[in-house]
Design a protein around this ligand. Structure first.
Ligand SMILES: [Zn+2]
Length: 443
């Protein structure tokens, strides 16, 4: 059996995550665990395997030195399928015109399989590592690391109790993109060095209720949406943060004029650049904390005035800003006539360094393996990954992408016809092998 057949077999397991845990078919998770046991025997022999939180997996290959270990993260759960739009069976792992089609091909069972292939292949070559090599596979990432039964969190807690800190932790979340939007003529590889924070804020107006046939001058629902609307009408201030700064510093040498000039002197041209960046929702999200109304509720009946009218503001917080600051800015903006309650929130992560050994190694190996790249740059991730929980337990946390075909196939993630190019898969294995040798050190 070859690496491609193993990928197909493993993609065929229906490891679908649901927030309603009773909907999960754990027999499929057992199947996944059994398959990797069968197909990666050297890994299991050298590392053993610990099951944590039920279905999350931890492998530790001891290194020859006391140097800090490297953590390789992944998750093997996938999001559910809306099968109507699929041209292939979503868990069939069908090969069609040089692609493998399956839920999880990109996010991120394909990535996990490439990682397992790489380590098994190195062990097969008799390689021994200098640094301990940790493989941490979560089983419920898709429903978030804030869930109380998060497998990633259970692994982290176990590692804390063992006193483990990492030189670096790696996870999903990097990207290959067309550089055009960034003024770069060619493909850009991005390494995620930070993630935005998350916050829901409930804004409530409590007013007198009554019959809708004799309404007051302003209803509670009107007032509360007006108040919350202030946060959309006048957005939070945009600015470069340490992650976007690091990105532009890396991109400038590869940029074409006139952007090259503008971004070289980005502090002088800041007003112009931010003005352009905030016009596009994607780039705007990288330079400001965002706040948007997502839910509203009034009374329970069409002819009854709302007594408690509520609006939810969903906020995503840039590095340098914080949950507390955002809450107090919202309170100041909308005034005392409303109750402002933060529902849940986590701060943005710290921004991992681009100057340390791990980042420089990742940067160098990416350039080496993907030779047709224009440039490699760090970036701020808008979405969340489980690796955010390791920022206080590692000198750096980096989100990387092994599959170059994601450049065109990104829209298939969490959507129909998710796929990975076969050539990209093999290149991804090679990437992980090289990176593992360089980061973990081989003897
Ligand atoms: Zn994922």
């Amino acid at each position: 059996m070859d690496a491609l057949e193993r990928l197909q077999l493993i993609l065929q397991t229906k490891t679908v995550s649901y927030a309603e845990r009773e909907m999960i078919d754990f027999k499929e998770y057992e199947k996944f665990i059994e398959l990797i046991k069968q197909h990666y025997p050297l890994l299991h022999e050298k590392a053993g395997v610990e099951r944590i939180g039920g279905y999350s997996l931890l492998f530790v290959i001891k290194g020859k030195t006391d140097l800090k270990p490297i953590g390789w993260m992944g998750h093997y759960d996938v999001v559910p399928v809306n099968s109507e739009g699929w041209n292939h069976e979503p868990f069939g792992a069908t090969i069609h015109e040089d692609y493998v089609y399956a839920r999880g091909a990109l996010d991120m069972k394909g990535h996990v399989v490439a990682l397992l292939e790489a380590v098994e292949s190195l062990l097969n070559e008799g390689k021994e590592f200098e640094r301990d090599l940790y493989i941490m596979l979560g089983h419920n990432e898709e429903t978030g690391s804030t869930m109380p039964d998060s497998g990633a969190k259970s692994i982290k807690e176990l590692l804390i109790s063992r006193g483990i800190t990492f030189e670096c932790v790696l996870d999903e979340g990097g990207a290959f993109i067309d550089g055009k939007k960034l003024g770069v003529n060619g493909t850009v590889a991005l390494i995620g060095v930070a993630e935005k924070g998350y916050l829901d804020v409930e804004i409530m107006a409590r007013r007198e209720g009554g019959h809708a046939s004799t309404p007051p001058e302003r209803s509670a629902l009107y007032e509360v949406t007006q108040a919350a609307g202030l946060m959309e009408a006048k957005k939070f201030k945009a600015d470069f943060n340490p992650a976007t700064r690091a990105m532009f510093e890396a991109l400038v040498p590869a940029m074409d004029q006139p952007l090259k000039f503008l971004f070289k002197y980005k502090d002088i041209f800041k007003p112009i650049l931010l003005n352009v960046m905030t016009k596009n929702p994607e780039t705007a999200a990288t330079v400001r904390t965002t706040a948007v109304m997502t839910m509203a509720s009034g009374s329970k009946a069409p002819n009854v005035l709302a007594q408690d009218a509520k609006v939810n503001l969903n906020c995503r917080i840039v590095p340098g800003d914080s949950v507390d600051d955002v809450v107090s800015r919202i309170k100041n903006r909308i005034g005392k006539r409303f109750t402002v309650t933060p529902i849940n929130g986590n701060n943005p992560t710290s921004v991992s360094s681009v100057e340390n050994r791990s980042y420089k190694t990742i940067d160098r190996v990416i350039k080496e393996v993907y030779s047709n790249l224009k440039v490699v740059a760090p970036y701020l991730m808008i979405a969340a990954t489980d690796s955010r929980i390791y920022h206080d337990q590692a000198e750096g946390v980096y989100r990387i992408q092994p599959f170059m075909s994601i450049k065109d196939d990104r829209p298939t993630i969490h959507a129909d016809n998710e796929r990975v190019a076969i050539a990209s898969y093999y290149q991804g294995i090679q990437f992980f092998k090289t990176l593992m040798c360089e980061l973990n050190g081989v003897q």
